[in-house]
Design a binder for this molecule. Structure first.
Ligand code: NAG
Ligand code: NAG
Ligand code: NAG
Ligand code: NAG
Ligand code: NAG
Ligand code: NAG
Ligand code: NAG
Ligand code: NAG
Ligand code: NAG
Ligand code: NAG
Ligand code: NAG
Ligand code: NAG
Length: 640
């Protein structure tokens, strides 16, 4: 391409005696014919600053710089995004785009190319650079260690046992009742089998935010609770109610699959309550939905068959899309996952198109479960297709581990603008919703434990309410957990420092703790590695576990570790309890400064997440009657 003239070398401040060097490549506006030109850059104190001229050719521009990291690697992660800084020149023919990105953890040794995608006109322009980069200025910082724990809760709390009890006015009964109000909701035009995401929309006289839609993901996770209730119920009437709801859900999913308006196939994320496609602009596809829907329906089918249900019913109303395409969605969703898992799609927060750990995990579980379920349905051909895809998908999961940060990355691709921590609770949710029970990225995997620690503790310095560490009786409050530390969504719009803790994210950490305890118990021991030790140092410091040691079930140190995990599980739920209004209703989030409930009212997924955490707690405690007693309450008619 063109020659790059290093026309000036400016000195911009000194620290620790060493000058920070800014290299300037382009002093005047570029000549016509160059659409993307790097102006200058510096790499000082671990921060990379860059400035570029971009031709103003369309509205939606994406500007990114590919580099080689300190390990000499260039991957989809070694990319820096630039953002619009200002317009320049006559008639704003040119724009200045800048970046200031913390790169010290990966390091940078060479700039490879600067790429400008003019997305509206479908053009990509590239400036090839191949410029070696030397660090200058202050030394780069090192990755901060996880903090020391602010408390050491131990064991289960009676307050949480009572909050979750099956009794009138308990949070579990409230969550149960409010969740069912949002299934087959009393909204004009709503069809059976759909789930309204929240009681926030025109029908509920609350137009901001408008969540009066059926999201494929939210619905499948809600129906998964119904499926658990179906399996647990021993009274005939409620069991039949749950089965009816789940068969209606299967039909509604098949109707969605056949909607003529699908723009991105079965990854369409959002439908109206009348079960027709929402066609407005949206982050689509979201390819987790077909997977989580299939998981829920296969689990239901397995319980239904175990309860003496007919195989023909399962084939006609759940599984066999090839013959019963109007009523049976599962085979079609599974084959979609098998052929599309490697395509990028939008994440569960609907923000970024990339390869997501969450999506891969739920897709994997669908494929692994699907392979044996298809065999049960006598469909060895589909089973073989799903197995092959599961094996190929599993081989990609290792790329999500970031050894420099000691976390599983929430996505494998360029970092979402400003999401510099690379942390997202989606990783923990990926294990909760996507662990297939076969030892691959389970709750006790040391990479998963390390990630759960670093993600959960990242919110301590972000939310002011994290400074309230005990309730009025002095019982420990867990860390309030949001989606990711840099979140700016406040429940209706975006705001600087606007992101808040979410009920469902905080419940996810509780559920994670309980399920990890259960899994350690099933394994019969806890083994400590360099990767997992920080997790135990934070959540069970008193146990004093050591790298390379294995602690047998029932030993003092084992018990101390498990007590710590269980104590934190209850502490996370106590945070939800503390910030739940007196009427027990759960919205989407609670304010980071005041703790006051905020965002969509009666978010269905919030209720589902408290119930799944309660089920995990009961399972850990061997309380088999818990889910049964809740299930046997049955559903009262939806009139409000
Ligand atoms: C660049 O192109 C614009 C628009 O075609 C034209 O008006 C301008 O004179 C050109 N400038 C140079 C330096 O060639
Ligand atoms: C890099 O950019 C940041 C933010 O604009 C600024 O504060 C800092 O001084 C810049 N560093 C250098 C070396 O230019
Ligand atoms: C963009 O970076 C250039 C070069 O460092 C700087 O002069 C300019 O002020 C920056 N613009 C903004 C809006 O930060
Ligand atoms: C902008 O255009 C006007 C008229 O064509 C010209 O007089 C002026 O010098 C230009 N300014 C710049 C900064 O190029
Ligand atoms: C820029 O460099 C990266 C890393 O070598 C490469 O993967 C990418 O294809 C290049 N981009 C363009 C548009 O050439
Ligand atoms: C980087 O450092 C090497 C070795 O010290 C030196 O030869 C080279 O000129 C430097 N490059 C830049 C762009 O400063
Ligand atoms: C919404 O407002 C209308 C008109 O005031 C009222 O009839 C209706 O009951 C309200 N709905 C809810 C859910 O509050
Ligand atoms: C479904 O509801 C949407 C939104 O209210 C409406 O635009 C659409 O026409 C409805 N479709 C059918 C088939 O009723
Ligand atoms: C899904 O896979 C099919 C078959 O390979 C392909 O035609 C389709 O484009 C894929 N859809 C998406 C959303 O990736
Ligand atoms: C097996 O499945 C593949 C892919 O779904 C299909 O193309 C093929 O026709 C099937 N073969 C049989 C024997 O059903
Ligand atoms: C928490 O309290 C400490 C000590 O008062 C203060 O330094 C810190 O900024 C507070 N954190 C937040 C997030 O408000
Ligand atoms: C959320 O942000 C929007 C701006 O996008 C603002 O209008 C609104 O007041 C904020 N909500 C709260 C509860 O602060």
């Amino acid at each position: 391409m063109r020659d790059i003239l290093i026309s000036a070398l400016a000195l911009a401040g000194t620290a620790f005696g060493q000058a920070c060097q800014t290299t300037t490549l382009q002093t005047s506006l570029p000549s016509n014919g160059s659409e993307v030109v790097l102006r200058s850059y510096s790499y000082c104190g671990g921060i990379f600053n860059g400035s570029a001229y971009i031709a103003n050719l369309d509205y939606n521009k994406v500007v990114s710089l590919a580099y080689t990291n300190a390990q000499g690697q260039s991957t989809p992660l070694s990319v820096v995004n630039f953002g619009y800084a200002s317009g320049v020149g006559n008639g704003s023919q040119w724009e200045v785009w800048n970046t200031s990105t913390s790169l010290y953890i990966d390091g940078i040794t060479e700039l490879l190319n600067l790429t400008f995608q003019a997305t509206d006109i479908g053009e990509t322009y590239v400036q090839t650079l191949n410029l070696p980069v030397n660090a200058s200025g202050a030394p780069a910082p090192t990755l901060p260690s996880p903090p020391a724990p602010y408390a050491t809760p131990k064991g289960f709390g009676n307050d949480i046992t009572s909050w979750l009890s099956i009794s009138v006015g308990s949070e579990s009964e409230t969550a149960f009742a409010r969740m069912f109000l949002n299934i087959n909701p009393a909204v004009e035009g709503a069809v059976d089998g759909i789930v309204v995401a929240a009681r926030s929309g025109p029908t509920y006289n609350q137009t901001d935010p408008d969540y009066e839609y059926h999201w494929v993901r939210d619905a499948s996770l809600t129906m998964d609770v119904v499926q658990t209730l179906y399996a647990a119920a021993t009274k005939a009437k409620p069991k039949t109610q749950y089965a009816n709801i789940l068969f209606e859900y299967a039909t509604s999913r098949a109707t969605e699959q056949n909607d003529p308006g699908l723009q991105t196939g079965l990854g369409e994320p959002k439908f109206y309550l009348n079960n027709t496609i929402f066609t407005g602009p949206w982050g689509r596809p979201q390819n987790d939905g077909p997977a989580t829907s299939a998981i829920t329906l296969m689990e239901f089918a397995n319980s239904y068959l175990a309860n003496g249900g007919s195989m023909d019913n399962v084939k006609q109303k759940i599984y066999n899309s090839a013959t019963f395409s109007a009523s049976a969605p599962v085979m079609k969703d599974l084959l979609f996952v098998a052929s599309n898992w490697s395509s990028p799609s939008f994440d569960l927060w609907e923000e970024e198109e990339s390869d997501h750990f969450y999506t891969r995990m739920v897709q994997r579980r669908a494929l692994v479960m699907g392979a044996s379920f298809a065999t049960k349905m006598g469909d060895s051909n589909t089973s073989a297709t799903l197995s092959t895809a599961a094996t190929a998908l599993t081989a990609t999961l290792g790329q999500f581990w970031d050894p420099n940060r000691e976390i599983l990355l929430y996505e494998y691709g360029p970092v979402l603008a400003n999401k510099a921590s690379y942390l997202d609770i989606a990783v923990v949710l990926g294990v909760i919703h996507g662990y297939a029970g076969d030892g691959v990225y389970s709750y006790t995997n040391d990479e998963v434990l390390s990630s759960a620690l670093r993600i959960s503790t990242s919110f301590i310095d972000v939310y002011a309410i994290a400074n309230t560490t005990a309730d009025s009786s002095g019982r420990v409050l867990g860390i309030p957990i949001g989606r990711y530390p840099e979140d700016v969504y406040n429940g209706t719009g975006t705001q600087v420092n606007g992101g808040n803790p979410w009920y469902l994210c905080t419940a996810a950490m509780a559920q994670f703790m309980y399920s990890a305890s259960t899994e350690f118990g099933d394994a019969g021991s806890i083994s400590i590695t360099n990767t997992s030790k920080p997790f135990f140092d934070y959540f069970a410091p008193g146990a004093g576990l050591q790298v390379g040691q294995s602690y047998e079930f029932g030993s003092n140190k084992y018990n101390a570790a498990i007590n710590g995990l269980n104590g934190w599980g209850d502490a996370f739920l106590r945070t939800i309890k503390y910030y739940t209004p007196a009427d027990g209703h759960l919205s989407e989030e609670f304010n980071r400064n005041t703790g006051v409930a905020q965002g969509a009212a009666d978010l269905t997924w919030s209720y589902a997440s408290v119930l799944t955490a309660a089920f995990a707690r009961a399972e850990l405690r061997g309380q088999k009657a818990y889910a049964k007693n809740l299930a046997n309450l049955g559903v009262t008619a939806n009139t409000s």
